[in-house]
Design a protein around this ligand. Sequence first.
Ligand SMILES: CC(C)(COP(=O)(O)OP(=O)(O)OC[C@H]1O[C@@H](n2cnc3c(N)ncnc32)[C@H](O)[C@@H]1OP(=O)(O)O)[C@@H](O)C(=O)NCCC(=O)NCCS
Length: 353
Amino acid sequence: MAKIGFEIIGTGHYVPGEPVTNHDLARVMNTSDEWIYQRSGIRQRHYAPDGVGPSDLAYEAAKRALESAGLTAKDIDYIVFATMTPDYVFPGSGALLGAKLGIAGTPALDLRQQCAAMLFGLQMVDGLVQTGAAKTILFVGAEAHAGFMPWKDWGALDPKNGREASIEDKTKVDKHRNLAILFGDGAGALVFRATDRDAGLRGMKLHSDGRSAELLYVPGGGFRARPYWREDSHEEEAHIPRMDGRELFRFAVTKLPATARELCEEHKVGIDEIDWFLAHQANRRINEYIRDQLGVPPEKLPSNIDRFGNTSAGTLPILIDEQMRAGNLKRGQLSMILALGAGIHWGCAFLRF
Ligand SMILES: CC(C)(COP(=O)(O)OP(=O)(O)OC[C@H]1O[C@@H](n2cnc3c(N)ncnc32)[C@H](O)[C@@H]1OP(=O)(O)O)[C@@H](O)C(=O)NCCC(=O)NCCS
């Protein structure tokens, strides 16, 4: 039986509010534009306002993706929703999005593979079309990281308010500053449709290793504790993720090029036969390193981290939307998707457009 393919027929993204620059961050912690840009390639990011969750951001991105596909929400027969910052501990955000889109009743699956969610999402989409369970699938990655940012005085971020956080507050925030500079909020949405064309997932190497889970994790809010949210959790700043940035950096720059090479060898595809390398954007230096290791020309590995920071599950769909709208990703072209996220989950996939 011939393998059923899938193609991207619509894309959209949404980021909330005005950008918050590195200069703005320097009013709530001891940092500088120079430090952040040199170490990460980030200049600015967006934050979801208080009361706005990932399903709200996803709704805006999904509307744009449906419009670009020339479809209405009623045409969607399955939702795959990826986020590590869900609206609620449970239930997941997928069903909330379905309700917001006016298609309550449509099955909605939640993925929690953090920055590696796009890879697992592609595998799900492939499985859904192969089994005939769905034909037109909405995949959304959306994050509202603002809820775990370590400062209290959000007003100090806005230059119009003309104030800085106190020295004491800034010093408290410094403990988390390597984490706080990286993450930004936003959503990306892709509409996939089954096709008999040679398109879709064309190979994948995927890994998960829970031994390294504590390289990036949230210590509070888990159900090992009774109750799962304790009075002293706030005092311990248990809602703020703990991140070993150096070790994650090392993990990414060793595992991702090795996995990419294995995928190429397995499918007998040369690096130069790949049109695009679409990589998760956690740090520009990680992607430059991968590029150099694999011998990929810079123009084949697009970057948008300077404008959005790391939007976790949102990153790859946002990048794909931008590249589609710019007319860069063309029918028939072969891309390699590369991602690594907390878990640790990582891998590479061939996606043909
Ligand atoms: C976070 C990251 C940019 C930090 O860069 P780094 O070079 O590893 O920096 P370090 O955390 O080792 O800190 C180096 C110094 O800068 C300081 N520092 C950390 N954050 C800072 C900031 N925002 N501004 C100024 N100084 C900062 C540290 O306190 C440390 O000072 P010390 O040497 O006096 O102790 C980098 O480790 C990274 O991007 N790692 C990957 C993270 C990742 O991919 N996460 C998501 C996975 S999906």
